[in-house]
Design a protein around this ligand. Structure first.
Ligand code: SF4
Length: 492
């Protein structure tokens, strides 16, 4: 572990007059501004719908200040419209793979913390990781995972890279074809440029690190002791190091519920997105906003729960959606199904069939109580149930992972997202990967719903001749037929 002084050398170039990009006073001033007029709100919504760069924090603060029910409805509708415009009606699903709960940090809100002496510590071996990947790819039907570890020398970059290679090598037989994890995203410690290069070489999808809270005084209180995580700025600049390492697909997030002033965290995320855009020309690929949940070995969550009400949660999702219009927006299974239904039209990704125990997908040990380590889940439904419900709501589940494999990342994908072109590739790949999933994993009931949806999607593609020329439609039909014959992983 490096000292804070040594870490400072890695981000000093990014400071301006000794200050980082979180301007506490400016963000707080924006939040104390009076509620905006309806005219101003509509002007902000119109700008968001242009899908250019992230909005200034002042605009996000203005949207957060709206309380009039009619105007709030306009905000929600605009958030759904932006989602449609950029990502169409697709929802990408994934599962987290918890590989280790060893951690050198002592975050007061987390069950993995060193202070939790009752925690049973475990780190998966490569053979166990393979079993997890086989269960996820062969039995459940996931194609995309987030590989999660605590921060510990035993689970550093080398371990994660080896795990990624193991996961990518799995080819699990399914009903009609075979299943594979085609994209491994990583949620782990903020690393050095050297370590991030190791992950890049191993084929990382998205590198995900959440700041937890952008409020530095609260951050210091929640991360006590001389631990790596205690260094706010080392964490704050991790994505700068990711870009330096050649990783241009990055994800940011905050843990809502830690800060009673939850609006500050929204502005922190927006400021973070703008910093990455301004500095590297590429904003975050996704933004996450998990709400604090109870966990074993902490006392904090129980005190802090409900800091962010359901109504406020819906508002923050909408404002993030509108403020960073090109970004993927992730709602997680921490939330209850009824809340997810409320916000899914503004979101692009969710997890499903989620298990948070170490080794839980292959071993099926215990229920959630046995897994109650980092937090509790609100939605424990299976992927099949979730996909069925998404189909009922008119969303097609996409298992597409072709973007980064075809070089559509970073600057390239930003341009496609902002111009609305990415949704064309996505629509075609959503149809193809959904076809695979229906053939390989769907229950009878979900298959019926899925067939209706997929026919509607194909009809729409055929009708939108300006977007999908005849050659493209022909290719789609050929791929579709080949997938029906058992071929897999055909994409645009
Ligand atoms: S939040 Fe992350 S860094 Fe903190 S104790 Fe939990 S696993 Fe470790």
């Amino acid at each position: 572990m490096k000292t804070a002084a040594a870490n400072a050398g890695t981000y000093s170039d990014y400071l301006k007059d000794g200050k980082d990009f979180i301007d506490d006073a400016a963000l707080k001033a924006a939040l104390s501004a009076p509620a905006p007029s309806a005219v101003r709100v509509r002007e902000i919504l119109a700008r968001s719908l242009e899908v250019s760069e992230a909005l200034p924090p002042e605009d996000a603060a203005a949207l957060l200040a709206v309380t009039a029910p009619d105007l709030l409805e306009e905000i929600y509708q605009a958030a759904r419209d932006v989602k449609r415009k950029v990502y169409d009606n697709r929802v990408v699903t994934f599962a987290p793979l918890y590989a280790s709960n060893f951690c050198v940090n002592n975050c007061l809100y987390c069950g993995f913390r060193t202070g939790n002496e009752g925690a049973v510590r475990r780190k998966l071996s490569m053979a166990e990781i393979r079993s997890e990947a086989e269960a996820l790819a062969g039995r459940i039907g996931h194609k995309r995972i987030v590989f999660v570890t605590g921060e510990h020398p035993a689970t550093g970059a080398e371990y994660i890279a080896e795990a990624m290679k193991t996961i990518y090598s799995v080819k699990a037989p399914t009903r009609r074809g075979f299943g594979q994890i085609r994209r491994v995203n990583v949620n782990a410690a903020p690393m050095s440029v050297e370590d991030l290069k190791i992950l890049k070489a191993a084929g990382i999808g998205t590198y995900q690190v959440f700041q937890e809270t952008y409020d530095r005084a609260l951050y210091a209180k929640l991360h006590p002791g001389d631990t790596p995580k205690a260094d706010y700025r080392w964490r704050l600049h991790v994505m700068h190091r990711a870009f330096a390492a050649g990783i241009d697909d990055v994800a940011i997030g905050a843990l809502f519920g830690l800060n009673p002033d939850w609006k500050f965290e929204v502005l922190g995320l927006v400021a973070h997105a703008r910093e990455l855009e301004a500095r590297f020309g590429i904003g975050p690929h996704t933004i996450s906003f998990p709400r604090l949940e109870s966990a074993d070995g902490t006392s904090l969550p129980a005190e802090s729960l409900n800091n962010v009400s359901d109504a406020h949660f819906k508002k923050l999702v909408a404002v993030l959606r509108l403020s960073v219009p090109y970004a993927g927006i992730i709602v997680t299974a921490r939330e209850r199904p009824e809340i997810i239904r409320e916000v899914i039209g503004m979101c692009t990704q969710r997890d499903a069939s989620t298990r948070i125990g170490i080794g839980a997908y292959s071993e099926r040990y215990g229920g959630q109580e046995a897994e109650r380590q980092q937090f509790m889940l609100g939605d424990t439904r299976s992927l099949d149930e979730v996909i069925g419900e998404l189909a009922d709501l008119g969303h097609i589940t996409s298992f597409c992972t072709s973007g980064y494999r075809c070089g559509r990342t970073g600057d390239h994908i930003m341009k496609l997202l902002k111009s609305g072109h990415e949704s064309r590739f996505c629509k075609l790949n959503a149809v193809l990967t959904f076809r695979e999933w229906l053939d390989d994993f769907a229950s009878d009931a979900t298959k019926v719903k899925g067939e209706v949806l997929i026919k509607k999607e194909i009809a729409e593609i055929r009708a939108r001749t300006a977007h999908f020329p005849p050659d493209t439609v022909k290719m789609l039909e050929a791929y579709y037929a080949r997938i029906g014959g058992g071929e897999r992983d055909l994409c645009f």
